[in-house]
Design a protein around this ligand. Structure first.
Ligand code: ADP
Ligand code: MG
Ligand code: MG
Ligand code: MG
Length: 418
């Protein structure tokens, strides 16, 4: 039975705590004492359990009142679970069933979400480290971003509904603060929790922290992130927030959901593919990763091409919000005006996504939260030889974002620098 005050779950108490919830018992089995529980959380913030029984399995995710990675010295509100729940149900509605794990139960007081157990899915980042080429992710992630980002914006939503949603997610201020500090500021000075591969990267790190143009650009991007409340973002859309099989792609873990610029989610996502590209030589064990690297650049190209194509389709078919009304364009027979406006919107997204991608790469190598792509390269010299070109690439795309006009150019830059 659910207690009223917040109590963290543990393996022993899950059955007793969730046994009477029909949505759980229906999926797992009627007798809670038959359930098997194991903890699978590998994330930085929360508890995650798989509960299995004679009928099937579910995942139980519970927030803790602090950051799991750091401990009780870094408090973090439980309500992030509320935002994860509200983001998941919106994403499912906007991107379609089967794009996120479906939610089976939510308990706000216990900060606890019960959801579909994705199996035999694995975390995309792991698959890419292992050199696996997933055939569907480019298209699936292009569609997911276009549909969630377009349909959560003033291009599509009734104005009142969007503003109500904006207010709801504005309360996710503490997680937003993590992004604001960890992504846009901390990498560029000697912040207490930062780390990097040392001494190998020391020289380059000094150079980047003294780079005035880069620091100004990072703060301009931060201002965009805080001020451009354009759509409901996933907020943490990296390759560790995607679970895959050969035939299925699911986006998980939207607890950082907040209104922000469309370009943020796409930039963060593409940055994680570029980082995988730079990390590949660090994972070669006799095998040749050239084909894998070409595959990754192809995925980046496909995500952006699919995003644009789907965004354009929605622009023509679902532009019912307050922006660029049809009364000014199509209704006057001015389809050229509508095309020009669409191209302008996409051009802005493009320039900004390069900026967000650049700072995302920096913070994963210089900040608190590193990623397994580089971290699992055990030898520091080898790791640094992958991280160094990634840092240089991040600097070039962040500062030079107005001078890069296509994915082909940016991918060519990645090849040139690596
Ligand atoms: P955190 O917010 O702490 O990062 P995540 O939501 O990313 O937590 O979950 C942590 C891990 O638990 C994931 O990396 C994944 O391995 C596993 N996981 C999370 N949700 C599911 C799910 N619905 N099905 C299967 N595994 C899951
Ligand atoms: Mg996670
Ligand atoms: Mg994780
Ligand atoms: Mg998370």
């Amino acid at each position: 039975m659910m207690t009223c005050r917040f109590e963290p779950l543990d393996i022993e108490t899950v059955g007793q705590r969730l046994g009477r919830i029909a949505a759980v018992a229906d999926r797992v089995g009627p007798i809670a004492s038959d359930w098997r529980v194991r903890e699978i959380g590998d994330g930085n913030l929360n508890l995650v359990f798989v509960v299995s029984g004679p009928v099937g399995s579910v995942v139980v995710k519970q927030a803790l009142p602090y950051v799991r990675l750091v401990g009780e010295s870094w408090p973090l509100p439980l309500k992030r679970s509320f935002f994860e729940y509200h983001a998941l149900i919106r994403q499912e509605r906007r991107a379609g069933a089967g794009t996120v794990p479906s939610v089976l139960h939510f308990d706000e007081r216990q900060a606890l979400l019960v959801m579909e157990f994705l199996s035999p899915h694995v975390i995309l980042r792991r698959a890419l480290i292992d050199g696996r080429q997933l055939p569907r992710i480019g298209r699936d992630l292009g569609l997911f971003t276009a549909r969630t980002l377009f349909r959560g914006s003033d291009f599509s939503m009734p104005a009142r509904e969007r503003k109500t949603d904006l207010a709801l997610f504005a309360d996710n201020a503490e997680l937003c603060d993590i992004t604001e500090s960890l992504v846009f500021t901390d990498p560029y000075f000697d912040a207490a929790l930062n780390r990097h591969t040392t001494p190998e990267l020391d020289g380059l790190v000094r150079e980047l922290r003294a780079d005035r143009d880069l620091k100004i650009e990072a703060q301009r991007l931060k201002q965009l992130f805080t001020a451009k409340a354009e759509t409901l973002l996933h907020g943490d859309l990296h390759t560790g927030s995607v679970m895959v099989t050969e035939g299925d792609t699911r986006v998980i873990d939207p607890e950082f959901a907040v209104y922000g610029p469309i370009a943020f989610d796409i930039g963060m996502l593409l940055a994680n593919f570029w980082m995988s590209f730079f990390a590949q030589p660090g994972h070669e064990t006799g095998d040749d990763r050239e084909a894998m690297r070409a595959y990754l650049l192809g995925v980046i190209d496909e995500i952006w091409a699919t995003f644009r194509e789907e965004f354009a389709r929605l622009w023509h078919s679902e532009r019912h919000g307050i922006l660029y009304p049809r009364s000014l364009f199509e209704d006057q027979g001015d389809s050229l005006g509508s095309e020009q406006a669409l191209n302008g919107v996409l051009a802005d997204i493009w320039v900004d996504l390069l900026g967000f991608a650049g700072v995302e790469i920096h913070r994963r190598i210089l900040g608190l939260a590193h990623n397994a792509d580089f971290e699992t390269i055990a030898d520091p010299a080898r790791r640094a030889s992958c991280e160094r070109p990634a840092l240089r690439f991040g600097r070039q795309i962040a500062v030079g974002r107005n001078r890069l006009h296509s994915i082909d150019e940016v991918n060519a830059l990645a090849v040139l620098i690596s």
